[in-house]
Design a protein around this ligand. Structure first.
Ligand SMILES: Cc1ncc(C[n+]2csc(CCOP(=O)(O)OP(=O)(O)O)c2C)c(N)n1
Length: 802
């Protein structure tokens, strides 16, 4: 472990130091003012970076264009210092200003303290990321910035070591970019932190992790969080050593010591950038002058002595003392900087508020004008005037106030017909449209590379098309992808040497090298993070989760980080990661998973594709590679050895998203399913034919998006009956399909029988063939479910079986 010398560096000019001091004070004043805004009711919640200013000023000095940050809500000073956040933007975010120009990080969507830069232009195209200082988009769950950090740093390794990537100038200059992570000391208690630290050490990537240690996690002190109360002490075993064992370079430094911090960051970033050695910097003795957040005061849990200790070690106070001790500026000059900072912040705050409030006010005034117009001609003048009066009196309106008032007003005039009413409805519709863009847009890509816009190219077969095991279809597809696009690489457990547990990558590591087809440790969460971070930097990872059952280890990071990325940046960042896994029926409790309802409800913002065989899967991979949306592809565990034909255009054919396929046409009932259940339903449908029942079998193919052209509803229009079946628990994905088809697509109009679902048992499947038979829907179950529906409709023709 290194302890940097706390000497005055010769390398930093007086001007730079005073500039840092100014930024530090502006940041401090922004925290103080921000808290007041919350208490005045102008913002709902505030979490600030006071007490962490000086360390962040030092870190910012060594953060270069092309570098990436993956941090958390305390990093405002760093963002100011690298020039990627203005004071006005800071306040705009606090107020939840829903405009990208006002809050480029999140367009008001993610609460204050959630930072991010815009990697994409307005059309969703990559900007030159080497030309700007980058921050990936923050999330609130503690330590969830860590998995992505692994990927951001891993991208540098790929760009440096894979010569085929040299031409991608807008993402990297020889892999020189460092990924800077920040995390609070208490958040290092999370499993994700340790998993990411270990992965960074194994991978030897330029990942520099700063732990901002203020001794607490809200009210819980370090001794409850960390063994020995010190993260650097317990991570000491990760230190690389002189015997050539690779690992980390670990530094420890006081968070109020400007000179030592600058020295430390300079040395740390150099080793990280030049040698691609991961670094941990434990920044101790930080404080929280205003406590954790606006939700409560720290006087409740910090002793008087602790509070005094914090006041004495306040980093801005210590920086001032250091400047004075070293005759860098006079007390008067520093006073002036401090007082200017106050004025600057006040002005920025007012500008942000005026900008935020004025567009709302304009909306409010227009609504009032139209409402008053209507009141004049209406039979409900009193009610409308009362509503208008209430809206008028609201001196701090928000957008929903005018909308709510107008919607209520329209109830009174529902029987009236006049121009004033039409004008008010016109206003409402326009405002709702604008607010849909403000609050509901960009869940998926809105660029011309949306997965939904990829042209269908049908697979081509001829008499010479090879008939092979399903896994070989995938192998041919991945081979073509790797050959065609140097940005593509695959990672996962057992993916490299043996080409995954089902051998769809067999031989491809030998052919394309270890950087393209790569084994990882058993660490699902950071496998996904590795994928997210590299995708954020222009690469096209395929990150494999060995079995769907183990996706649960990664579901949080998919749900919190990847899926909402476009949404929480309003189209400012994208990570077109392809997550590959295999699931549905095989054997036993943890190798037969099909928790599809849970997944599709957790990861809106990703596409979820459930191909029934490997040809469909290959077509989906080809589609996804042309798109900038992230997706999860769930292959059928029991399908790798089933025979399929290899399309002649294996690398080119595409399967469209959101289009179900009719696998067997029929007239009596529609049976809707997906994945491994397709074969079971087809077999049941064959047996039903013997008994005079003609079932139409539909494979939905993709659950998100779901049947965009309402083809299932069209089928029900013909058959008037429907059964939804899958291997999920009751109320899982069958309930989703039912809701989509019957409610959203209004198929209830065509139904002559109750729409029904046939799911697996509510427990996980038991082991062995009998365990499978009695846990999941089998051919007989499907047969009888369909038959019973027909029996209920026509008991004479279809008498009860038993
Ligand atoms: C997964 C998760 N659990 C709990 C929280 C609530 N929470 C927000 S901040 C915080 C304390 C974090 O402390 P630390 O990491 O030391 O950072 P600090 O706020 O002190 O800078 C907690 C528990 C959360 N955001 N995410």
């Amino acid at each position: 472990m290194q302890t940097a010398e706390a000497s005055i560096t010769q390398k930093i000019t007086t001007e730079e130091i005073l500039n840092d001091y100014r930024i530090g004070w502006e940041s401090r004043q922004a925290s103080l003012a921000g808290r007041k805004e919350v208490f005045m009711g102008k913002a709902k919640f505030g979490i600030f970076g006071d007490g962490k200013e000086v360390a962040q000023l030092a870190m910012a000095k060594y953060f270069l264009a092309g570098d990436f940050r993956s941090g958390y809500y305390r990093d405002q000073t760093f963002m100011f210092a690298i020039g990627e956040l203005t004071l006005q933007q800071y306040f705009a975010q606090l107020y939840a200003h829903p405009d990208v120009e006002a809050d480029p990080s999140t367009a008001g969507r993610a609460m204050n303290g959630h930072f991010g830069t815009r990697s994409l232009d307005d059309e969703g195209n990559w900007k030159d990321l080497t030309d700007q200082k980058n921050s990936s988009a923050d999330v609130s769950p503690t330590a969830a910035q860590m998995p992505r950090l692994v990927g951001l740093a891993y991208a540098s390794k790929l760009y440096r070591q894979n010569p085929e990537l040299q031409s991608l100038h807008e993402f990297s200059v020889n892999g020189n970019e460092v990924a800077f992570g920040t995390i609070g000391n208490a958040s290092t208690s999370e499993g994700m932190f340790f998993e990411a630290i270990n992965a960074g050490g194994v991978l030897q990537i330029p990942m520099l992790v700063s732990v901002w240690d203020d001794g607490y996690g809200i009210s819980v002190p370090a001794e409850y969080q960390t063994t020995k109360g010190s993260i650097s002490e317990i991570l000491a075993g990760f230190q690389r050593n002189s015997e050539g064992q690779q690992g980390y370079e670990i530094f420890k430094v006081k968070g109020w010591d400007y000179a030592a911090l600058c020295e430390t960051y300079e040395a740390a970033v150099r080793v990280c950038r030049e040698q691609h050695v991961p670094v941990l910097i434990h920044v101790e003795e930080l404080t929280q002058p205003q406590g954790h957040s606006t939700s409560g005061s720290h006087e409740r849990y910090k002793s008087k002595e602790r509070l005094e200790w914090e006041a004495g070690l306040d980093c801005m106070k210590k920086m001032r003392e250091w400047i004075l001790e070293n005759d860098i500026a006079t007390a008067g000059e520093l006073d002036q900087i401090e007082s200017d900072a106050k004025d600057t912040v006040r002005a920025a705050r007012s500008a942000a508020w005026n900008d935020f409030a004025s567009s709302i006010k304009a909306d409010q005034e227009e609504a009032l004008r139209l409402l008053n117009n209507l009141a004049v001609s209406s039979e409900h003048t009193t009610e409308l005037a009362t509503l208008a009066d209430e809206l008028q009196k609201n001196s701090n309106p928000i957008r929903s106030d005018a909308v709510r008032t107008v919607r209520r007003a329209l109830r009174y005039v529902r029987n009236e017909r006049n121009e004033a009413k039409r004008a008010l409805i016109g206003w409402l519709e326009q405002t709702l449209g604008e607010n849909a863009d403000r609050y509901n847009s960009y869940l998926y890509s809105q660029s011309d590379r949306s997965a939904l816009l990829v042209e269908e190219v049908k697979p081509e077969f001829d008499d010479n098309s090879r008939v092979v095991d399903g896994r070989e279809v995938l192998q041919a597809c991945f081979d073509a992808m790797l050959a065609r696009d140097p940005r593509v690489f695959a990672i996962g457990e057992d993916v490299g040497r043996i080409g995954d547990v089902n051998q769809a990558f067999a031989g491809l590591q030998e052919k394309y090298g270890e950087l393209r087809v790569t084994d990882t440790g058993i660490r699902e969460c950071t496998i996904i993070g590795q994928g997210i971070g590299t995708a954020l930097r222009g690469l096209r990872p395929i990150a494999e989760i060995q079995y769907l059952d183990y996706l649960l280890y990664a579901i949080q990071i998919l749900s919190d980080d990847l899926a909402p990325l476009q949404y929480r940046t309003k189209g400012g960042q994208k990570a077109p990661l392809i997550v590959r896994t295999r699931g549905h029926r095989l054997e036993g409790i943890w190798h037969s998973g099909s928790p599809i309802g849970m997944i599709i409800n957790a990861i809106r913002g990703m596409h979820v594709l459930v191909p029934r065989n490997m040809t469909q899967a290959a077509g989906f991979y080809n589609t996804l590679l042309q798109s900038d949306d992230p997706a999860l592809v769930i292959e059928c565990l029991n399908g790798y050895r089933l025979k399929e034909r290899v399309p002649n255009n294996i690398g080119e054919f595409t399967v469209p998203l959101g289009r179900p396929e009719v696998l067997k046409s029929g007239t009596d009932i529609t049976v809707v399913t997906y994945g491994s259940m397709c074969r079971i339903v087809l077999e049941a449908a064959k047996q039903l034919e013997e008994f005079g029942i003609s079932a139409e079998v539909i494979d939905v193919q993709t659950l998100l998006p779901f049947d965009l052209e309402h083809l299932i509803s069209d089928s029900i229009r013909k058959t008037n009956r429907v059964l939804f079946t899958d291997e999920d628990v009751p109320g899982g994905a069958t309930a989703f399909m039912l809701q989509q088809v019957v409610d959203e697509h209004e198929a209830y109009r065509w139904l002559d029988s109750k729409p029904q679902c046939l799911s697996a048992q509510p427990h996980r499947p038991a082991y062995g063939s009998d365990g499978d038979y009695f846990s999941k829907p089998n051919v007989e179950d499907v047969f009888e479910a369909v038959y019973d529906i027909m029996h209920e409709a026509d008991p004479k023709t279809y008498p009860k079986i038993y």
